[in-house]
Ligand binder design. Structure first.
Ligand code: AMP
Ligand code: MG
Length: 323
């Protein structure tokens, strides 16, 4: 039986009851679908890692309604540090920006993979907000098996996780389509980019000033070279260098015509006009369609820019191509 259900008040109440009882819920957010569990339940968090086959060193993002002093400890922050956090929250919440901040003991070690910090954000999707309102703060990594393409529609969650998820709320296709941007804010207010994503870096720089270089060894343990990967190999290169047998992800109708002229098939063109916002929204669904098409490999050209959402799109495609 399908575990995907409309987000009616009854189904929201059911989902909240499942979360309170330690179960797992597929939750729509504006970025991608999350696999939600209660942050207050370490055993439920262990189920999330097991369902995703995710290594325990890769910490989860906690989803909240607001910056919650029960979870985040800013006591060591300077006035400038607090100001940076306040500005970023005012800029982006609710929305696709995750902040890495010192945590309290209320965040289980398992959720934070033993780090002294927690990654936290307030999602903008009304279904996610309703669920958090009913069940409290939720850990919610993307609802896919580890290393695979993130789900941007409820049916993708069912494809990825089957009955490992107790119930998925169908909130429609995710409007942003790539994961959140992650920044760490240090006690002195310096801001370090850990992962490009749905919130353009330019907006963050305009808000808090230039980003600081990353000093630590690996600050985002999940920033692995290979991630977001279809089962077919993704090959980065100019379409002119390919012939037949491969499918293609084209950034515009014009590039799709070039791919077609080289005999590439099928061709996915999430944004015929080459608009990065539209492309991000349709990116993962397009990769899934190509993956399922039976083509030998998926050809992708280098991104034409690193500005705005192109930064996140280029990052995801580079990781999808890494083996
Ligand atoms: P996901 O929820 O699957 O999009 O992945 C969350 C990612 O957030 C992880 O893979 C890490 O890269 C990053 N992350 C989570 N918690 C922390 C933390 N405390 N410090 C640094 N990065 C984190
Ligand atoms: Mg993920």
């Amino acid at each position: 039986m399908s575990t995907v259900h409309a987000p009616s008040p009854e189904n929201l109440a059911r989902a909240a009851a499942i979360l309170r009882a330690g179960g797992l819920v597929g939750m729509p957010t504006e970025t991608v679908y999350g696999l939600a569990a209660s942050v207050a339940d370490p055993l439920a968090i262990a189920r999330v890692f097991a369902a995703k086959e995710r290594p325990l060193f890769d910490p989860l993002i906690v989803h909240v309604a607001r910056l919650d002093p029960a979870l985040v400890d800013l006591s060591a922050f300077t006035a400038a540090g607090r100001r940076a956090v306040e500005r970023l929250v005012a800029l982006a919440w609710p929305g696709p920006l995750t902040l890495v901040l010192p945590r309290t003991a209320a965040v289980p070690d398992l959720a934070a993979s033993g780090l002294a910090t927690v990654a936290i954000r307030a999602p903008a999707h009304p279904v996610a907000q309703a669920l958090i309102g009913l069940a409290g703060p939720l850990v919610a990594p993307s609802a896919n098996r580890f290393g695979r393409i993130s789900p941007t529609a409820a049916e993708h969650v069912a494809q990825e996780l089957g009955d490992r998820v107790d119930l998925t709320l169908d909130g429609g296709p995710c409007p942003i389509g790539v994961e959140s941007t992650i920044v760490a804010v240090d006690p002195d207010g310096s801001v370090v980019l850990l992962r490009p994503g749905g919130m353009p870096v330019e907006a963050i720089v305009a808000c808090t000033g230039p980003l600081s270089p990353d000093r630590g060894p690996v600050r985002a343990p999940g920033g692995l070279p290979s991630h977001y990967a279809p089962e077919r190999p993704v090959i980065l290169g100019d379409f002119a260098d390919f012939t037949g047998e491969a499918g293609a992800l084209a950034f515009s109708a014009e590039r799709a015509a070039v791919a077609a002229a080289r005999g590439l098939h099928p061709i996915a063109t999430p944004s015929p006009t080459g608009d990065p916002t539209e492309l991000a929204t349709g990116l993962f669904a397009a990769l899934r369609r190509l993956d399922a098409s039976g083509c030998l490999a998926i050809a992708v050209e280098p991104v034409p820019s690193h500005d705005g959402l192109w930064h996140a799109i280029g990052d995801r495609l580079r990781r999808a191509a890494a083996r």
